[in-house]
Design a protein around this ligand. Structure first.
Ligand code: TRP
Length: 329
């Protein structure tokens, strides 16, 4: 069976964009692949080194993974920092990663621009840690969005370089998993960009119905169409994009028609949109509320995940150490 692996950085609660962009696909993959899903807490340190929030954020992501439908029996669900083998592989891979190639990675340049006061070495070697995440289970597929393709490409490069340097065929080349038509980018509610870029444009899986109604009501709209069949401005197209994902084709068709004939009332559109988002998120939210205070359950899940992940990780690491020439006295 082929191996699938993906991680989500623990920098806050999961939102509708995480759900449709990643989680929902993870859930479907569980029956067909040997799946590893983890909370990337080390990666969160490159931008959010707040000790008060670290554990809370990990707990939220783990809880929300489970609530959305990831099954700890079917998949291996774990916390990155519970697997010391990842850190060791990261150290070893760093010896074969070059300053120049890391410094020119677009994601590094972007982060360095955003936080000029904190261009730490962890930021520079972020792709090496991500490669360690992937290579430690010798994954075949990594289901991620477009923005992560640069990191998968670097992972392939590091794996190939290792194989060539030591003259082995050890690491397979992981591919970005193609969701095909399922890869949906969920836009934010503030007119442009994707959901998650800022607080105000985000609907969290944990938001209660009142909050969702309020957020959708506040979403940016324009003055309304003035000509039949006119093109929608970005802020309106964004609302339709979310509607297409959460509503039935009939509902979408109804509002398309109202738009095309200039009869659309944004109040009605937003009411429907909020209702259909709530229908999707409510069962997840209920499970979040049931799990989040069940520390015994979360402890069990994390422990089981760590055991399974370490079993696979230690096999890889032992082989890597042997290939590189480490020997015990
Ligand atoms: N960099 C990814 C993100 O920001 C998170 C991540 C860390 C990841 N390690 C990974 C994703 C390994 C896939 C595989 O979304």
């Amino acid at each position: 069976m082929q191996t699938v692996l993906s991680g989500i950085r623990s920098t806050g609660n999961l939102h509708l964009g995480n759900y449709y962009g990643a989680l929902r696909n993870f859930i479907k993959m569980q029956d067909q692949y040997n799946c590893y899903f983890f909370v990337a807490d080390y990666h969160s340190l490159t931008t959010h080194p707040d000790p008060k929030m670290l554990h809370e954020n990990v707990k939220n992501v783990l809880t929300e993974y489970l609530a959305a439908g990831l099954d700890p029996e079917k998949s291996t669900l774990y916390v990155q920092s519970d697997i010391p083998e990842i850190s060791e592989l990261y150290l070893l891979l760093n010896m074969h990663a070059y300053m120049g190639e890391l410094a020119k990675t677009p994601s590094f340049k972007e982060k360095a621009r955003k936080q000029p006061e904190n261009v730490n070495a962890g930021l520079l070697t972020y792709p090496v840690l991500q490669a360690a995440d992937i290579l430690i289970h010798r994954a075949d597929f990594v289901p991620v969005g477009k923005d992560q393709e640069q990191h998968i490409e670097l992972t392939r490069k590091f794996g190939r370089r290792f194989n060539n340097f030591y003259g082995v065929e050890f690491f397979p080349e992981p591919q970005a998993f193609n969701f095909g038509t399922n890869l949906i980018k969920i836009p934010g509610l503030d007119g442009s960009g994707k959901m998650g870029k800022s607080e105000g444009n985000c609907i969290y899986l944990k938001d209660d119905p009142k909050t969702i109604e309020k957020k959708v009501k506040r979403a940016l709209t324009d003055q309304g169409p003035t000509e039949h069949n006119q093109e929608k401005p970005e802020c309106i197209e964004n609302l339709f994009t979310i509607l297409r994902v959460v509503s039935t084709p009939e509902v979408v068709g109804y509002f398309e028609e109202k738009w095309n004939t200039c009869e659309i009332r944004y109040g009605d559109l937003k009411k429907q949109l909020a209702e259909d988002i709530i229908a999707v998120t409510s069962p997840i939210r209920e499970r979040i509320l049931a799990i989040e205070n069940d520390n015994d359950y979360l402890h069990k899940v994390a422990k089981l995940g760590a055991e399974k992940a370490r079993e696979s990780a230690s096999k890889t690491l032992n082989a890597v150490r042997e290939i590189m020439g480490f020997k015990a006295f």
